[in-house]
Ligand binder design. Structure first.
Ligand SMILES: Cc1ncc(COP(=O)(O)O)c(C=O)c1O
Length: 104
């Protein structure tokens, strides 16, 4: 993920994660990536998301909900445009740095 972030930065492109299965992927990192065996899952997850400008998530994955999903962006303008396009102009929720559009 670090390498992908570096490529995106080099080309001035944002990086959006498909956050489905983030918990399992964090667990696989803990099991398989040298240097992460003693790192708490929550720290691995924080590092994973620190490389991203936002994410999409089918929220029924990872036991969060039984239906619905969301899109998140650290860029309010991107969140507003995406929310309007995807949700028929419903306003994004959240405030400050980063917004979220949700459906379900
Ligand atoms: C990594 C990942 N992304 C996206 C999806 C698509 O989710 P949905 O079928 O809820 O749209 C899945 C489904 O299993 C998935 O595992």
């Amino acid at each position: 993920m670090r390498a992908v972030r570096a490529v995106c930065a080099r080309h001035g492109k944002p990086l959006f994660l498909d956050a489905c299965r983030f918990a399992e992927n964090a667990w696989f990192i803990k099991l398989r990536e040298p240097g992460y065996e003693g790192t708490p899952i929550v720290e691995i997850v924080r590092e994973m998301f620190s490389y991203a400008d936002g994410c999409t998530m089918s929220a029924k994955k990872d036991g969060m909900a039984n239906i619905g999903g969301f899109f998140c962006s650290n860029d309010d303008a991107v969140a507003r445009r995406t929310s309007a396009a995807a949700l028929g102009a419903a306003p994004p929720v959240g405030s400050g740095r980063g917004r979220m559009a949700a459906s379900g």
